[in-house]
Design a protein around this ligand. Structure first.
Ligand code: HEC
Ligand code: HEC
Length: 198
């Protein structure tokens, strides 16, 4: 609770500084990713995320057009056990730093278009500074939320709130959210349409 109050009192700029300083860059982020090599590796991902990064199953997120640094960090976190999921922990276990950089380059390079169908004034105010009203991230450290299923978004927010998923920025934010607010934010971002340019 105390953390949430302190965070709320900080300006956004300070919040970024404080949060990001504590966020170790993944080794793969320092490597040059090769998107063509990433496309080949993405054959291992296609049943769940598609070759183009549009998810094929409701519990998997869309990863097309996400910031490369975000993708590299999540894959490294799964590999090293900082983020856990029965499917992704297995997938990431055998990836090298270079393969992670290549996959990140491939999926980050997909061009996505988000289409809001509701009045942007209804967007969850506490989220738009980083995730945008249309769910396209406005800072490179944050993921897009556009068109993720509300099941996925709900699960991730509750994981931040309980501390199962660790992040300096999102944990204090999620700690301040009740189930209904989580559901409303998940429904907002889940209702956005997302397409990947061919
Ligand atoms: C069997 C299905 C499956 C396969 C295969 C799979 N994934 Fe996933 N992936 C998931 C699921 C489910 C999640 C959500 C995990 C969670 O709830 O934390 C996920 C999450 C992710 C995330 C986190 C995205 C975010 O927005 O936080 C990334 C990045 C990712 N996968 C990349 C990959 C890559 C790259 C491959 C191939 C090398 C791959 N995945 C293969 C099911 C899969
Ligand atoms: C100050 C910036 C900031 C604000 C404000 C913010 N977020 Fe985030 N959010 C982030 C960052 C950074 C991450 C990446 C966390 C990580 O690396 O695990 C993230 C991750 C997430 C994820 C995980 C998405 C995925 O693909 O796995 C969800 C869901 C999320 N935020 C929802 C929200 C909601 C809902 C709000 C408003 C109540 C919000 N965020 C406000 C910065 C922010």
């Amino acid at each position: 609770m105390r953390r949430a109050v302190i965070v709320a009192a900080l300006t956004l700029g300070t919040l970024w500084g404080a949060g990001l300083a504590a966020q170790e860059p993944a080794p793969a982020e320092a490597l040059q990713g090769d998107p063509a090599a990433g496309e080949k590796l993405a054959g291992q991902c296609r049943t769940c995320h598609g070759i183009d990064g549009l998810a094929r199953i409701p519990i998997a997120p869309h990863i097309a057009g996400e910031p490369a640094g975000y993708l590299a960090r999540q894959l490294t976190d799964f590999r090293e056990g900082r983020r856990q999921h029965e499917m992704m922990s297995v997938v990431a276990a055998s990836l090298t730093d270079q393969q992670i950089a290549d996959l990140a380059a491939w999926y980050a390079g997909r061009q996505v278009v988000a289409e809001l169908t509701a009045d942007p004034a209804g967007a969850p105010e506490a989220c738009i500074a980083c995730h945008g009203a249309d769910g396209i991230a406005v800072i490179p450290e944050a993921p897009n939320l556009a068109a993720e299923t509300n099941i996925y978004l709900d699960t991730q927010l509750k994981a931040f709130r309980s501390g199962k998923r660790v992040n300096e920025i999102m944990q204090p934010i999620a700690e301040g959210l009740d189930d209904a607010t989580i559901r409303a934010a998940a429904d907002w971002y889940g209702a956005i349409r997302l397409t990947v340019a061919p």
